[in-house]
Design a protein around this ligand. Structure first.
Ligand SMILES: C=C(CC[C@@H](C)[C@H]1CC[C@H]2C3=CC[C@H]4[C@H](C)[C@@H](O)CC[C@]4(C)[C@H]3CC[C@]12C)C(C)C
Ligand SMILES: C[S@@+](CC[C@H](N)C(=O)[O-])C[C@H]1O[C@@H](n2cnc3c(N)ncnc32)[C@H](O)[C@@H]1O
Length: 363
């Protein structure tokens, strides 16, 4: 081959790579976060790797973190670290709603996400003037969808200060800051008065609580008598077998890569709700057929993961992203494989829905 041909080919490949790189970042920008803006929450650049190592070793045996009192107490702090590490990557690669939803034929992921969130508002019979609580609100994707759909006011709580700032900025940008408020705090002991909310919901958040009784008890306390509470719970299903090594590996992988102090069983949820005083009005695994798989969004992104991983490595090399981001990204990639396995085998669901009511006659 002539030297000129080689040079032209190299230039062509180089231009294609630059175009692709820019396109990657452009695509992410639509979601509100660009790869070049990947921070690690409130962790300073030099501490990211250490924090990741600490996190990874704390959740080495997830179930034990919930069963011994000393480590259960540390869970919220490590969950906070986890969200410092992952929040920007989630926003960049997934969007502003940190949860799954059943796929909808012919509709985009964004639409499917919205339908899953609006279902919450409908189940709560939320109306203009209502004050709703979002338990574990992330950066507020669901909060904005629910406030816009129902006309209600929403107060969100998250343990992670970085998410509070992101959520407030998104609320302002969406023109919803007069109806959407965000508070930094622990949902196991909430800074809200008794009987101060008309309704409450939690979307894929209470799975971070070592004891579900504690968070359900708090929601019960802050709800007005007669108030409704909807929760989408992460649980293992009746297909899970503790003596099946593949099942154990998938569930352990989900727990460790998602900061979970041990997943609960599907059949435990309603009894815990009753234990704290709720009436159980409805209970349904929204992942069951005819719903279409929630995990296809994870599977279809193999090429995207590979591309993202390259972007993260290049940005780390250029010192734009802090050291440790590539490890966090790799952990999320592995976690996505475990989640997919959990979905395909049917041993795990992230959308076991319960609709609960605080009895009208209770205090
Ligand atoms: C409810 C929780 C979070 C659920 C999901 C929003 C996240 C679970 C796994 C995450 C991801 C996995 C792979 C990432 C990929 C490697 C990266 O390139 C882009 C982001 C991912 C797709 C990321 C996005 C969010 C998740 C799907 C838990 C924590 C209780
Ligand atoms: C997977 S995210 C889901 C966020 C949001 N519900 C959504 O769907 O976009 C879980 C959320 O729960 C919050 N969380 C976990 N443990 C918490 C705790 N003890 N107190 C308050 N928030 C907590 C996290 O900070 C995070 O915002």
């Amino acid at each position: 081959m002539e030297a000129a041909t080689v040079a032209w080919t190299a230039a062509g490949v180089g231009m294609a790579l630059v175009y692709w790189f820019v396109w990657v970042m452009g695509a992410a920008e639509v979601k509100g976060k660009r790869a070049v803006d990947l921070k690690m929450g409130s962790i300073t650049h030099d501490k990211v790797k250490d924090k990741y190592t600490q996190y990874w070793s704390f959740f080495r045996r997830p179930k034990e973190t919930a069963t011994t009192e000393a480590s259960a107490e540390k869970v919220p702090a490590f969950v906070d670290t986890f969200y410092n590490l992952v929040t920007d990557i989630y926003e960049w690669g997934w969007g502003q709603s940190f949860h799954f939803s059943p796929s909808l034929p012919g509709r985009s992921h964004r639409e499917a996400t919205r339908v899953h969130e609006e279902r919450v508002a409908d189940l709560l019979q939320a109306k203009p003037g209502h004050r709703l609580l979002d338990v574990g609100c992330g950066v507020g994707g669901p909060m904005r969808a629910i406030a816009a759909h129902s006309g209600s006011n929403v107060v969100g709580i998250t343990i992670n200060e970085y998410q509070v700032n992101r959520a407030r900025a998104h609320n302002r940008k969406a023109g919803l800051d007069s109806r959407c408020e965000v508070v930094c705090g622990n949902f196991l002991s909430m800074p809200f008065a008794d009987a101060s909310f008309d309704g409450a919901y939690s979307i894929e958040a209470t799975c971070h609580a070592p004891r579900l009784q504690d968070v359900y008890g708090e929601v019960f306390r802050v709800l007005k008598p007669g108030g409704l509470y909807v929760s989408y719970e992460w649980v293992t299903t009746s297909l899970y077998r503790a003596d099946n090594a593949e099942h154990v590996e998938a569930i352990h992988g989900i727990e460790r890569g998602d900061a979970l102090p041990g997943l609960r069983r599907q059949d435990e949820i309603a009894s815990i709700a009753k234990e704290v005083g709720f009436e159980v009005l409805k209970e349904l695994d929204l992942a069951l057929p005819p719903a279409l798989p929630w995990w296809t969004r994870l599977k279809m992104g193999r090429i995207a993961y590979w591309r993202n991983s390259l972007v993260v490595r290049v940005l780390t090399m250029l010192r734009i992203a802090p050291k440790g981001v590539a490890e966090v990204h790799e952990m999320l990639y592995e976690t996505a494989q475990h989640l997919t396995r959990g979905g395909e085998t049917g041993i795990f669901t992230p959308m076991h829905m319960v609709l609960l009511r605080k009895p009208a006659e209770s205090k």
